[in-house]
Write a protein that binds this ligand. Structure first.
Ligand code: ZN
Length: 426
């Protein structure tokens, strides 16, 4: 297996929650010599310095200061969260068995969660003498499962069944004797008294590479951890340019981004302001020479249902990175930003495909159009073509993941200047 795909697979396997994803990306940055900055301290930045910060343990921004006077920011934005089920407070539900009450997070394909081993992972807040301590937790075993109802009792199961989260998707935890045991398991894993938790279900099946030529990769949370990983690799492997490269991974994209750690928060703006403040740069001049790529996956033309795709803008898995267009600004790409991205990709010999929604299908939204309302800079929406978006086990292409890493490395290595509306890319 290509090392780049192996690294992606390992990342996906460890990223059992957004907290775990950001912890792994933080380790990756630390190992590459990046210094963790606290939002609560003054930032002293020097030319050649490499830095990152996190918020809530689920969002992250990293950047490098070039040796030469920087001209603007080159940013990518991806997201750490995925649709799924969050464990409720007082979760145990008792009937003939003990089940765990969960709440939907985002819009998922509900049926995909049934009949497969599940567990829970996330963050717990443990009581200490002085206060509370935040800890990652992963009950790393086949612990839960949501059993289907047999076809004999639900004859409409194959005729467009409407899934109800109150009754249909409650995971089974144990027999009657399991009452009270979930809290104990959590406290044991946390190593103390749990005063709060943010834990969600995750699927136990590891990522796999498959197909005649091992050309497909399937995993939980390909949307958008595959892009988060490709952005991080492109960021780390880029050569120095005259711009400040900035890597952003935000939480809560799947529920509209409006949280303290989402793309609709002050995080992006604050970090860019603080960089400019510490380096004595004029933020307005910097923003006027900046460019953003919002990297979130795109729908590939479906092998069984090609009718859902636009006739001329239907990306095929393993045929290149996708540029996403939407006239109503759900995606930020316009003629200018598409041209800049195509130019960068052609230099890097990365094929580019285009995506538009079929004109009568609304489609989804993403990060770019939300980020640019806070920091208004030219932006393009890109992504990996994938199948089964928001299934708990999604599928994309191995070649596309490598193309994405190459495209983003080339992007972050570019020196970009804007003169009279024209872009100069070196
Ligand atoms: Zn996404």
């Amino acid at each position: 297996m290509d090392n780049r795909i192996l690294s992606l697979k390992n990342f996906l396997d460890g990223a059992v929650s957004g907290y775990h994803a950001i912890a792994t990306l933080s380790d990756e940055l630390k190992n590459a010599g990046y210094q963790l900055l606290s939002e609560a301290s003054a930032w002293q930045l020097v030319p050649g310095g490499k830095y990152f910060m996190t918020r809530n343990g689920t969002s992250l921004m990293a950047f490098r200061v070039p040796q030469n006077a920087p001209k603007g920011f080159l940013l990518t934005a991806s997201h750490s969260d995925r649709p799924g089920f969050k464990v409720k407070e007082n979760p145990e539900l008792k009937n003939a068995y003990v089940r765990l009450a969960v709440e939907r997070y985002g819009g998922m394909l509900m049926s995909t969660w049934l009949d497969r081993p599940l567990s829970v992972a996330g963050r717990v807040l443990v009581e200490t003498e002085e206060g509370v301590e935040s800890k990652l937790v992963n009950l790393d075993r086949d612990l839960l499962l949501i059993p289907n109802v047999a076809i004999h009792m639900n004859r409409q199961a194959n005729d467009g069944y409407k899934w109800n989260p109150v009754s249909d998707t409650i995971p089974l935890f144990g027999g009657k004797d399991a009452a009270g045991k979930f809290a104990t398991l959590l406290e044991e894993a946390a190593g103390g008294k749990v005063l709060g938790h943010d834990i969600s279900l995750y699927v136990r099946q590891k990522a796999t590479v498959w197909g005649l030529e091992d050309e497909f990769i399937s995993s939980a949370a390909l949307d958008d951890l595959a892009c988060a990983w490709c952005c991080t690799q492109g960021f780390l492997n880029a050569s120095e340019s005259d711009n400040i490269p900035v890597l952003c991974v935000f939480d809560n994209e799947e529920v509209g981004s409006s949280s303290q750690q989402g793309a609709d928060s002050d995080m992006l703006q604050n970090v860019l302001k603080r960089i400019c403040g510490a380096l004595n740069l004029d933020i307005y001049q910097m923003l006027a020479q900046s460019f953003m790529l919002s990297a979130d996956n795109a729908h590939a033309i479906h092998p069984n249902h090609p009718e859902f795709a636009d006739p001329n803008n239907a990306p095929v898995v393993n045929q290149g990175v996708v540029l996403k267009f939407n006239a109503n600004q759900r995606y930020t790409t316009d003629g200018v930003t598409a041209a800049v991205f195509r130019k960068i990709c052609s230099k890097a010999e990365v094929p580019v495909q285009t995506y538009c929604n079929r004109a009568d299908i609304a489609g989804g939204s993403t990060l770019g159009n939300i980020s640019v309302t806070h920091v208004s800079i030219p932006s393009a929406d890109i992504g990996l073509p994938q199948f089964a978006m928001h299934s708990c086990y999604e599928t994309a292409g191995c070649k596309d993941a490598v193309y994405m890493m190459q495209a983003l490395q080339a992007f972050y290595s570019t020196s970009l200047t804007v003169e009279n509306g024209n872009y100069i890319l070196k």
